[in-house]
Ligand binder design. Structure first.
Ligand SMILES: CCCCCCCCCCCCCCCCCCCC(=O)SCCNC(=O)CCNC(=O)[C@H](O)C(C)(C)COP(=O)(O)OP(=O)(O)OC[C@H]1O[C@@H](n2cnc3c(N)ncnc32)[C@H](O)[C@@H]1OP(=O)(O)O
Ligand SMILES: Cc1cc2nc3c(=O)[nH]c(=O)nc-3n(C[C@H](O)[C@H](O)[C@H](O)COP(=O)(O)OP(=O)(O)OC[C@H]3O[C@@H](n4cnc5c(N)ncnc54)[C@H](O)[C@@H]3O)c2cc1C
Length: 616
């Protein structure tokens, strides 16, 4: 599996390289074009062992290294002459970066760094491709000069000989073992013992160690986190893609499969005619569209911020960090939940490998963990919301993506309920701001009672998480609303297409309203009649979107190779493909399985003999 994945990953890397040479050598907006590409998903169903090389190793060299370091290492990496990974997480630490144990001690006598993973828990553990594929890595370690800790730093480390691929002296490297998915990625472990690298192997665009050992601090330490921000942006797009693939499969299957008459005496309908099936499938189609649009927005913001950071303008980093966290969390949580819901909507056949929904789930699910575990990133955003609420109290302006917080903070009560889209969106935003205010009261009370900020974050963690989740909902719904209602290219859309988009907006807003009804009712008075009216609208809009479900998922434009699913094949020949897949199973090569003579027959005979004896 690993070698097949590497073979296909090389094909994908060649394609990416040619795209980059044609379009924008250093830019990041190439990748989304690759997202739905067969090279990334169908051909490498067990995961891409080069994705961390491409997404993190090459970018860290470009963004964290000096121009000279890029010339020495980055150009070769971009050209895939060397293959690297991003080795930050350790066996003992992943989230708490300041707890990382790998260390780099500067030796001014030789102008080298001595790299060590002092304990088993210090071993790098998880980096994609590290086990077998990579011959280099970005090694993240705590920098020490004269045994004084200076914080985290990144080092270009060669781990295998470029000719023989043998691990170099002082390097202990290998595969960490089978996972629940992505088993073609060879996530690996890495131990270093007194491994020396030249001073110029430390990436020094933002912080430097001079030959005499003097340390020049980064103007903004968080810029070293930038490689993670990029991948969070990619995860938002990639996981919306996984959800779109699953939605395509489940939708196509739901208009092929017939089951259970709705009226007595009537023929069995397509299962998508059942309202409850529509409620399982259609909202996931819309969620995939909603997140694809939000991820595209985030990608643009990343590109703008990356250019600003290159000009040493770090002002947009905090907002990008907050949005990258919230979208990475929301997309990975909702896509994972949605893919499982779509699998269940396909009955028993959804559980077959031939349906591919299990593999899509296994590809999507780890995104809730890597690149910042979701609950931790929610807390990150919760902290940022606390800082911004302090700004609101001080009457200061907020970052654009949080402007609604200022607006809602000025509302003494929620206006008359109308049930309009604007009303629904404002209700979600108003509930978010109410949650922020309550979280701040708890958090601030703790800080005022002399608790440290870290402790106050921990003990206010549930409210901070709620506020962060509602902020994510507000941002995503607000972005979707703007794209549908206020988009500058709205007039270019046909009335029919605009109507479909508006139906998707209606469904998204009502669905989010019902998902957070409890949070909303905490701050807004809504009558039973007003809620029942929304229930009717939900049923109505599902019915309205039903005829468009197949067309919308066809528009995702996944070919059969990408979907790799007997349930979602374009020609609809589900049963034939399921049966074809079944007959290919190794157990069907023989009429009598080997285990019959070896195990089953003796077992049954022994039971029969025992039964006879007991009768005597
Ligand atoms: C061949 C063709 C292939 C092409 C590919 C095609 C497409 C495929 C796409 C598929 C995408 C998915 C594939 C990915 C594969 C897997 C990759 C996985 C890689 C990894 O997992 S790398 C390791 C990731 N690890 C983490 O994310 C660690 C998480 N922990 C943290 O981020 C921090 O520790 C944490 C939790 C934020 C805490 O930070 P800490 O320093 O401890 O302290 P503070 O919380 O106080 O933060 C201090 C200060 O900094 C600000 N901050 C924190 N993080 C950032 C950031 N990232 N950017 C900017 N600012 C940041 C924070 O807000 C605080 O600010 P203050 O103002 O309050 O001081
Ligand atoms: C498929 C996959 C690929 C990966 N690829 C890479 C890679 O290429 N490079 C790399 O460096 N890493 C990689 N990782 C590692 C990944 O980044 C870490 O798993 C992730 O950062 C979480 O760290 P951890 O696993 O050590 O969990 P921990 O940090 O130990 O967290 C465990 C749990 O503790 C809780 N927790 C932790 N901290 C807090 C907190 N502050 N507040 C509240 N609760 C908390 C959370 O519930 C969390 O889930 C990969 C992981 C996976 C699964």
């Amino acid at each position: 599996m690993a070698s097949m994945s590497v073979k296909h990953a090389i094909a994908a890397a060649k394609k990416l390289r040619s795209l980059q040479e044609r379009f924008n050598p250093g830019g990041s907006d190439i990748y989304p074009a690759l997202m739905g590409d067969e090279a990334i998903t169908a051909l490498i169903p067990s995961g891409n062992p080069l994705s961390v090389h491409i997404l993190m190793f090459t970018r860290a060299l470009r963004e964290q290294g000096t121009d000279e370091q890029y010339e020495k290492f980055g150009r070769r990496a971009d050209n895939n002459e060397i293959i690297g990974t991003f080795a930050q997480t350790e066996l003992g630490h992943g989230t708490y970066l300041r707890g990382l144990e790998a260390r780099a001690d500067y030796d001014r006598g030789t102008e080298e760094f001595v790299l060590n993973t002092p304990k088993l828990s210090s071993y790098k553990w998880w980096p994609g491709g590290l086990g077998q594929t990579c011959n280099y890595c970005i090694f993240v370690a705590q920098l020490y000069i004269d045994n004084e800790a200076k914080g985290m730093a990144m080092f270009v480390v060669q781990i295998r000989d470029e000719e023989t691929h043998m691990p170099l002296p002082g390097v202990h490297v290998g595969e960490i073992g089978k996972k629940m998915g992505l088993n073609g990625v060879n996530n690996g472990f890495l131990g270093l013992k007194d491994y020396r690298v030249p001073r110029l192997n430390m990436l020094m665009r933002h912080q430097q160690v001079l030959p005499d050992g003097r340390f020049v601090k980064s103007p903004v330490s968080q810029v070293s986190y930038f490689p993670m921000v990029f991948v969070r942006c990619m995860v938002a797009r990639q996981n919306s893609n996984y959800l779109a693939q699953a939605a395509t499969i489940a939708t196509r299957y739901s208009v092929i499969r017939r089951q259970s008459p709705i009226e007595e005496g009537q023929p069995e309908p397509k299962i998508l005619e059942h309202l409850t099936q529509q409620m399982k499938v259609i909202p996931e189609i819309v969620t995939a569209v909603v997140y694809r649009l939000a991820a595209a927005n985030l990608q643009n913001m990343y590109n703008e911020t990356a250019e600003a950071v290159y000009r040493k303008d770090f002002s947009r980093l905090p907002e990008l960090h907050a949005l990258a966290c919230i979208l990475k969390v929301a997309t990975s949580y909702d896509s994972t939940y949605g893919i499982e819901r779509l699998r269940q909507a396909c009955g028993g056949h959804g559980y077959l490998t031939a349906g591919n929904l299990g593999n899509i789930f296994a590809m999507a699910a780890p995104a809730c963990t890597y690149e910042g575990e979701n609950s931790v990133l929610y807390l990150q955003v919760g902290k940022i919301l606390m800082k911004n609420w302090s700004q609101v109290l001080a009457g200061r302006e907020l970052m654009p993506s949080m402007a609604y917080i200022s607006e809602c903070s000025k509302m003494t009560s929620f206006p008359q309920w109308t049930g309009s889209w604007e009303c629904l969106l404002k209700a979600i935003q108003y509930a978010c701001v109410g949650s922020i205010r309550l979280a701040f009261q708890s958090y601030n009370a703790r800080v005022q009672s002399a608790q440290s900020q870290t402790a106050a974050v921990n003990y206010s963690g549930l409210e901070l998480t709620k506020a962060a989740e509602l902020h994510g909902r507000s941002y995503v719904a607000g972005n979707f609303y703007q794209q549908i209602v206020n988009s500058p290219n709205k007039h270019q859309r046909s009335p029919q297409f605009q109507k479909v988009l508006e139906n998707m907006l209606e469904l998204h807003l009502i669905q989010i309203f019902f998902r957070h009804l409890g949070d909303i009712l905490r701050f807004i008075r809504i009558t039973e009649d007003e809620i029942s009216a929304l229930q009717r609208r939900l049923e109505e809009v599902l019915k309205e979107l039903r005829p468009d479900a197949v067309a919308i998922t066809d528009a995702f434009d996944f070919n059969d190779k990408i979907l790799s699913s007997a349930l979602g094949c374009y020609d609809g020949n589900v049963y034939e493909r399921l049966f074809e897949a079944a007959l290919k199973h190794p157990l069907n090569r023989k009429s009598v399985p080997d285990f019959f003579e070896a195990h089953l027959k003796p077992f049954m005979k022994e039971n029969a003999d025992n039964a006879k004896k007991s009768k005597l």
